[in-house]
Ligand binder design. Sequence first.
Ligand code: NAD
Length: 255
Amino acid sequence: MKTVLITGSTSGLGLGIAIEFAKAGYNIIFNGLEKEGPEIAADISSKYKVGTLYSAANMLKPEEIIEMVNQGITKFGGIDVLINNAGIQFVAPIEDFPTEKWNDIIAINMSSAFHASKAVWHSMKAKKSGRIINISSVHGLVASEYKSAYVTAKHGIIGLTKVLALEGAPFGITSNSICPGYVKTPLVEKQIKDQAKSHNIPEADVINKVLLVKQPIKDFVSIEALGALALFLASDNAAMITGSAIPMDGGWSAA
Ligand code: NAD
């Protein structure tokens, strides 16, 4: 039985991806700040007959990330797939962008992926097998205004992905980024409210005239489709895909 660790998996996209991996028979190491974390892990375990572990590790704290990885390796004998997914957003013009929000976004959306990848590396290298999947964003490929920290972190994680691909190549470790357009999750629901304030327009206009304005296919990306892509990247058939940044963005980054 294979094991996947997904950061930020007690909500939104991470939880959706966890469910797809549970359906495929993976043990799941859950992580996230939602207080329902332990219940979510227990529910998925009984529903899909897989092993689960919940860690409340804070992605702002490298020592907690290392402890989470070590707990997972101890419980399941290794981590086959690491999905760096935890992320937060903050939207403001540069001159008003709070420095502490910048620091948090860089730490949670980018540096936590470095700490988790570093922590699993030794065990993946020893097994000569491993998959690292980083949830970047279309904002890892192109920019939008008012998102200085997020766009920087998401571009940065694509750089990390490429370095890990090179360093992992001799050891059967692949590393790829997934770059979604908008997926309707709590993070996006909050952005709709924030953008409505920044642009001073109704929330319905944020969806049509701001969020999806750059996306040729005017629809949200589904969590199930992202889960299927992540599962594919974890499979043997994806052994030759490494160092890539794969958009699932309704054509946004093609423009
Ligand atoms: P979400 O808010 O629903 O989930 C984020 C998860 O990260 C939660 O479980 C939360 O507890 C966890 N998290 C946040 N800060 C943490 C911390 N300090 N320590 C541990 N966990 C922490 O958001 P989502 O939309 O599911 O986003 C998941 C990822 O997908 C993010 O990296 C986001 O940037 C990326 N993404 C989302 C979209 C979208 O449209 N929703 C698009 C592209 C990329």
